[in-house]
Design a protein around this ligand. Structure first.
Ligand code: GLU
Length: 316
């Protein structure tokens, strides 16, 4: 278990993408993120990760905040409240991402990639466990002339050049997790060809700027964490501690997604009281023996990371 930092107050965050309604799996992560902060007397921040203009909408963000309140999960700083580290909408932080991007570019760490999706897949190394392809490095060493020729017809994405180096993440729940940046990830995208900054860049920039010391999120993001930890190092910042919580799986073993409409917040709110939803989640989290109704605030004294399971949970 990662030791609690004593030198600075714990600051956690909710960082939802307002691209639709949260589902039960998202609620499991947000409940644990909130309990961990509240049990330690820390500060909770709500940041809307509305980077992708095609998928995110302001009305989803408003609904998300309202759904969190309905569950009894509050925050001290961020969306709707403001605070010293704003703005708290990623769509309003583009200048920050641009500044960080330029700083990395000036250090020669970023290069344009003109590959199409089909070319990338054809040239990629064996797929990683999560099904993502490792970029084969086709555009890594293009000459200036090749770059200027290619840019006549295509707008490039921008990739970070990674070294042949293993990064080890000490996750508070999952333990040690190691990846070789070059072999397991490859040079990764920091800015898409349509100009949108990538999640990996934005999340590191924001958690750093917002002085976040603890990140609690779904286990599906564990394999993004070595890349993020590497970026923290490049930017000369201390990474937060990470807790990657189990995913909730449908009875057939599939990961819950926004398509499981019967488990999204809209359907849950139609059928249950907040205490019933929270009690069920608390039971899955090992905090209650039975799924009996409980208010989020009542769970604070019961919370301990030692009780939380590590493995994904199949819903009965
Ligand atoms: N915005 C991401 C999501 O909703 C979460 C990112 C994070 O917690 O680092 O999946």
């Amino acid at each position: 278990m990662v030791p609690q930092r004593t030198d600075r107050p714990l600051r956690g965050r909710f960082a939802p993408s307002p691209s639709g309604r949260m589902h039960l799996g998202n609620l499991f992560s947000v409940l644990l993120a909130w309990l961990s902060v509240r049990a330690a007397g820390g500060v909770m921040v709500l940041r809307m990760e509305d980077l992708d203009p095609d998928r995110c909408r302001p009305e989803y963000a408003a609904q998300l905040a309202e759904d969190l309140r309905w569950l009894g999960l509050d925050w001290d700083e961020g969306y709707g409240l403001g605070g010293p580290h704003g703005p708290y909408l990623q769509s309003e932080r583009t200048e920050r991402y641009a500044a960080v991007f330029r700083a990395l570019e000036n250090r020669g760490l970023i290069y344009p990639c003109f590959c199409t999706r089909a070319e990338r897949l054809a040239a990629s190394a064996p797929h990683r466990s999560d099904g993502q392809a490792v970029y084969g490095g086709t555009c890594r060493s293009l000459s200036p002339r090749e770059r200027s020729e290619l840019s006549q017809t295509r707008r490039p994405a921008w990739r970070l050049r990674v070294p042949d180096e293993t990064v080890i993440v000490q996750d508070g729940l999952q333990g040690g997790y190691a990846e070789n940046l070059l072999r397991d990830c490859g040079d990764f995208i920091l800015r898409r060809s349509d100009g949108v900054y990538a999640y990996q860049l934005a999340v590191v920039c924001d958690d750093g700027d917002m002085a976040i010391t603890q990140v609690v999120r779904g286990r599906d993001l564990l394999d993004s964490t070595p890349r993020q930890q590497y970026l923290y190092g490049l930017l000369g910042r201390t990474p937060p501690e990470f807790y990657h919580v189990p995913l909730l799986l449908a009875p057939d073993g599939r990961r819950l997604s926004k398509r499981d409409g019967d488990l999204d917040m809209g359907a849950l709110r139609d059928r249950y009281r907040p205490e019933e939803v929270v009690g069920r989640l608390a039971c899955l989290a090992g905090l209650l023996d039975r799924p009996e109704p409980a208010a989020a605030a009542e769970l604070v004294p019961l919370f301990s990371w030692g009780k939380v399971p590590k493995r994904d949970i199949i819903l009965a």
